[in-house]
Design a protein around this ligand. Structure first.
Ligand code: AMP
Length: 304
């Protein structure tokens, strides 16, 4: 695996790969990697001839009171994991390389970034779409893979790619979970032992709602009530939001007719965690299964 730290070298490498006729797959990350990130690299490798993963903790997507300074980092371990996953290039720019003096251009995706996480993190998605647009111009991928774990981010990036005519295929990959159901996240490293246990209320809330829909419930308030109850019953948890939305527009739904997204954000102590699941009347599939069903390869990946 080659490590590249400058924009110029990255663009040069990608131009050469393209000139050889190679298809470039790309996985952007903020590092402190886990099996969820590795699954994205695996997915990119299936869809491309060469794979680039980036690690960049992007200051632009952190709010003033958020965890930028203490965001976990372990570049040696990350390098080892990416090498094991047979990544071809690790792109590792620093903040000065990404945002040199005088930087003042941003990319904003409007409506779909206002709700859900946008309510408590009003500048977050602008930071994400700006850095991803820049990374796309640096890595020049044919295909880029993002996790459904950050569902609103995935929808915003699809929107940006469509609206700004980036010639890049966007793939959404299923959420990878710990054995007990907790969605993997670099931020899980912040959790104390009691908090780690309390954090199970997210996946348990999703499961309760899934079961309700499986029994034929279609009323959004009742479905949300089932998920909220499990979270509010957990003393270490504080609900940010629980929402049932259309997976394409992210607008609230009141009745479950076709697949809907149940999205959660919950503070466990000082750590804010998110999780989500697609619910449908026909099949209340695990998100791991979403990859095998039409949802990933059909509807969710081709809409927008
Ligand atoms: P991050 O490093 O947290 O910015 O995430 C980088 C990419 O990994 C994003 O596309 C995330 O959606 C994805 N990701 C994070 N956690 C998971 C997970 N548990 N399963 C699948 N993808 C994930």
């Amino acid at each position: 695996m080659k490590t590249i730290t400058t924009v110029q070298q990255m663009q040069h490498w990608s131009d050469a790969a393209r000139a050889r006729g190679q298809r470039i797959g790309f996985v952007p990350t903020m590092g402190y990697l886990h099996a969820g990130h590795v699954s994205l690299v695996d997915e990119a490798r299936k869809r491309a001839d060469v794979t680039v993963a980036s690690i960049f903790v992007n200051p632009l997507q952190f709010g003033v009171n958020e965890d930028l300074a203490r965001y976990p980092r372990d570049i040696d371990r990350d390098t080892q994991l990416l090498r094991q996953a047979r990544t071809d290039v690790l792109f590792l720019p620093d903040v000065k390389e990404m945002y040199p003096e005088g930087f003042q251009t941003t990319v904003t995706v409007d409506r779909i970034t206002r709700g859900l996480c946008g309510l408590s993190r009003p500048t977050h998605f602008q930071g994400v779409t700006t850095v991803v647009a820049k990374l796309f111009n640096m890595v020049k991928p044919h295909v880029a893979v993002f996790g459904q774990k950050d569902f609103q981010q995935l929808v915003a990036i699809r929107r940006m790619v469509n609206d700004l005519n980036f010639d890049i295929e966007i793939i959404g990959a299923p959420i990878v979970r710990e054995a007990d159901g907790l969605a993997m996240s670099s931020r899980n490293a912040y959790l104390s032992a009691p908090e780690r246990h309390a954090a199970l209320c997210l996946s348990q809330g999703l499961r309760a709602a899934t079961e309700l829909v499986g029994r034929g419930e279609t009323d959004a308030l009742r479905i949300l009530g089932a998920a909220r109850r499990i979270i509010t019953d957990e003393p270490l948890a504080r609900l940010d939001y629980a929402a049932l939305v259309d997976p394409d527009t992210l607008e609230d739904v009141t009745t479950v007719r076709s697949p809907v997204l149940l999205a959660l954000a919950v503070h466990i102590g000082k750590t804010r965690l998110i999780d989500n699941r697609i619910l449908s009347r026909e099949s209340t599939v695990e998100s791991r299964e979403q990859g095998k069903s039409g949802i990933r390869n059909g509807t969710l990946n081709s809409r927008l």
